[in-house]
Design a protein around this ligand. Sequence first.
Ligand SMILES: Cc1cc2nc3c(=O)[nH]c(=O)nc-3n(C[C@H](O)[C@H](O)[C@H](O)COP(=O)(O)O)c2cc1C
Length: 158
Amino acid sequence: MPKLLTVYYSHTGTTKKLAEQIHGKLGGDVFELVPADAYPQDMGEVIKRGMQEITDGVSVALQGNPPDAGGYGIIAAGTPNWCSTLAPPLTTYLKSQNLSGKTLAVFVTHGRGGLGHIPEDLQKLFPEAKLTEVFDGNSPDGLDAWLKIVGAPSHSPS
Ligand SMILES: Cc1cc2nc3c(=O)[nH]c(=O)nc-3n(C[C@H](O)[C@H](O)[C@H](O)COP(=O)(O)O)c2cc1C
């Protein structure tokens, strides 16, 4: 049975809540990506910094020791939609890993912009991974069906 990792970035807690739900259903390990230099709480400022990091393709320094994806077969990776793409902490983490042959199952929460161009960006960035359908976390009713697509065995938390 492939080992499972749920890894995510969340600025205001929405993606974190979904990640905890997914981890509860999947079991396996979970890791929250925390930038070493915290993003500002002010919406205008965080958008300014986020947009600049996305445009410049900045690698964001992360706190702690994010797990080596090498030990896992399925990586469920969560992010808010930032400027129609992945938030830089998740992009940074995924780019630092060898995802060859790994199932990469991305879940996204958003304002009103849906998945933006996240599915296309994932195909460009991580063609070596086995990408599943991207899960729209603003429509949580589809979660169990998505987890089946991910190929993860269902897990009953004890
Ligand atoms: C810097 C920044 C950029 C954002 N860009 C978008 C966007 O392009 N489209 C969208 O629908 N929501 C956008 N949002 C809203 C978030 O995706 C949404 O609130 C998300 O659920 C927040 O998740 P979190 O609480 O885990 O951080 C943006 C939020 C921030 C802070």
